[in-house]
Design a protein around this ligand. Structure first.
Ligand code: GSH
Length: 318
């Protein structure tokens, strides 16, 4: 895993944003990472939980740190926030810098299996294994067992697919304008072809074994998510989002699959936001709702959902 370099530490909303860099064993490259730590571990010896924010196409960990405004809400609850990068950078893979929606800045939070991307494009392992281990080693005040996922666009796909692929591991999941059905949209099809190889053959009979494409598609994953496992997903999408209008997000396909799998609104909440676009003006407008939602699960403030589901056993009170 290697050491961690603190490039700078910047005070923000009473907490500190640490700009970090480390040599990644998953990607074989140096990875940059932002980590926001609220003012003080508020309730020692209880550690602070972690919210991981996954960014969209072309982003680094800086976009949301600079204009997502999660920090004041994270300070209120005493939650640490990690903002990882969206891909390896400078891996030297041929073609990785050709397009803005594939390769550099577009890692899709999967482990590529298709050469030449299969050596470095291992963002799934990076987010699920290396990142928590790194933070556990270097930031003892963070509880890497209490983690929730949040993301935007490609990062919404990352948050949802990682949540659904690991039932019960993450406490909650939320997404702004997620790529919710990548196997069926141009962005996802391009990325999955490059990272996994050609699309799986289509058949009128649903195969019992999901293809590698389906194994990373939230709309497919929710169909087999175990009914006896906690489920907490919150999604917002703007009606003036051009990518939504162009069929890149397909949130309605995910919502339909969720309802067909009997997950009602108390478990999978989807809100259409009238007139909002795809940008951080949209993300920052609803970020408070998302952090409030995650705090319910991360801190166990003892809320009971309308369906009777008790969320978060009171670790401590806000
Ligand atoms: N470069 C693309 C847009 C990419 C884009 O909108 N990326 C979103 C995530 S999918 C984003 O957050 N961009 C960075 C920003 O707004 O700060 C274009 O020109 O159409």
């Amino acid at each position: 895993m290697g050491g961690l370099t603190v490039t700078s530490s910047i005070k923000s909303f009473g907490g500190t944003l640490h700009k970090l860099s480390h040599d990644s064993t998953s990607t074989g490259t140096k990875m940059a990472l932002n980590l926001f730590i609220p003012p003080a571990p508020p309730r020692e010896p209880i550690k602070m939980p972690l919210l991981v924010y996954l960014s969209g196409l072309t982003c680094t960990g800086d976009n949301c740190a600079e204009k997502g405004f999660i920090q004041p809400h994270a300070v209120k609850y005493g939650i640490a926030v990690a903002y990882p990068d969206t891909s390896p950078r400078g891996a030297g893979v041929e073609g990785e810098d050709k397009d803005w929606d594939f390769g550099t800045g577009a890692g899709f939070y999967i482990d590529a299996t298709n050469p030449p991307y299969d050596k470095n494009y291992k963002m799934y392992t990076y987010i699920t294994k290396e990142l928590p281990a790194l933070l556990k080693e270097h930031y003892q005040e963070i509880d890497t067992e209490r983690v929730s996922l949040m993301g935007h666009s490609m990062g919404g796909h990352g948050a949802m697919s990682i949540y659904l692929k690991n039932p019960g591991k993450y406490l909650s999941c939320s997404a702004f304008a997620p790529i919710a059905n990548p196997v069926a949209c141009p962005w996802g099809q391009k990325a999955f072809t490059g990272y996994f190889g050609p699309p799986p053959p289509t058949s009128s009979v649903e195969s019992p074994t999901p293809s590698i494409w389906q194994q990373h598609d939230s709309t497919h994953l929710i169909k087999s998510y175990p009914q006896d496992t906690p489920m907490a997903i919150k999604i917002d999408v703007g009606t003036a989002d051009k990518f939504y209008q162009d069929g890149q997000l397909l949130v309605e396909n995910f919502e339909k699959a969720a309802r067909e799998a009997k997950w009602g609104e108390a478990y999978v909440e989807v809100k259409k936001r009238d007139g909002y676009d795809h940008s951080y003006y949209f993300v920052s407008s609803f970020v408070k709702d998302h952090v409030d939602f995650h705090a319910t699960f991360l801190l166990g403030v003892g809320q009971r959902r309308p369906d009777g589901l008790v969320v978060g056993e009171g670790a401590y009170q806000v």
